[in-house]
Design a protein around this ligand. Sequence first.
Ligand code: SF4
Ligand code: SF4
Length: 302
Amino acid sequence: MKRPEEIVVVSGKGGTGKTSVSAALLYLLADRALGADCDVDASNFPILFKPERFWEEPFFGMEAASVDTETCTGCGRCAEVCRFGAVQMEHESAHIDTASCEGCGYCARICPAQAISLSPLRTGTVKISALRTGNTMIHGDLEIGGENSGKLVARIRQLAMEKARQEGYPLIITDGAPGIGCPVVSSLSGAFFALMVTEPTRSGIHDLERLARTIEGFGIPAGIVINKADLHDENSAAIEALAADLGLPVLARLPFSPSVPGAMKALRTVAEGDNPELTNLLRDLTATLLDRLSLEPRKETP
Ligand code: SF4
Ligand code: SF4
């Protein structure tokens, strides 16, 4: 089977409608797309698609130190060198606060009794779920204070690719991490197409340009969706001009719609809201994307 294609929906900043657009695409393409929710700090696909989880695995994001109190002599060297204040001396033995430990391993290297070891720390969960739309989604949670969301994003995308191959999905719709930091880089590497969602504000334009430069570095084909395009004609025109400068197509201009909060409140995607014009524009966007990808509906695998 051909390698599944992946459309990653990204935005240079939060609040541009990235998740609204990606969830609408996943809804409209439910006959051929598996979903991957990589916005792990504010995961919204599970809210909109009522997932029934059928599998999960622990996610180990980083290492943390631990002390064998039987071997520890209580010399206190580890507490002296730890720059993160993660070591406390109690009852003549060292104890590590894993929430403060950064896993640098310095304490383990200098411990004269070799009483300290590092081991992976569980900081989240990766899940495979069945959606109300009949397709499959890979998603994940970070525990409170859990770090390394870039690594969690990479694991979600890896599983999404494996599952799409196994279940015969030709397409993956990924709700990418927001911003332009490590998690969004993890969301983009190896993707087939990057769909950038922006809004006609000064910060939207600025962040779009930074994001476009990042995507350019990956050599991934990309297109732009201007969300709430009718709210500021001048800034929308500036985005069109920027897109032309960058050589990127504007694939959709979505209007501001009061139906969006209503759809969200009803735990539905915006494609299911009561604004037929918006739904039709989103359908046009899926048609445009499918034209580029030439994908057939999913074929059930035996
Ligand atoms: S450096 Fe090693 S022996 Fe000394 S207090 Fe720390 S764990 Fe114990
Ligand atoms: S691994 Fe680094 S951060 Fe963690 S306790 Fe040891 S010295 Fe401190």
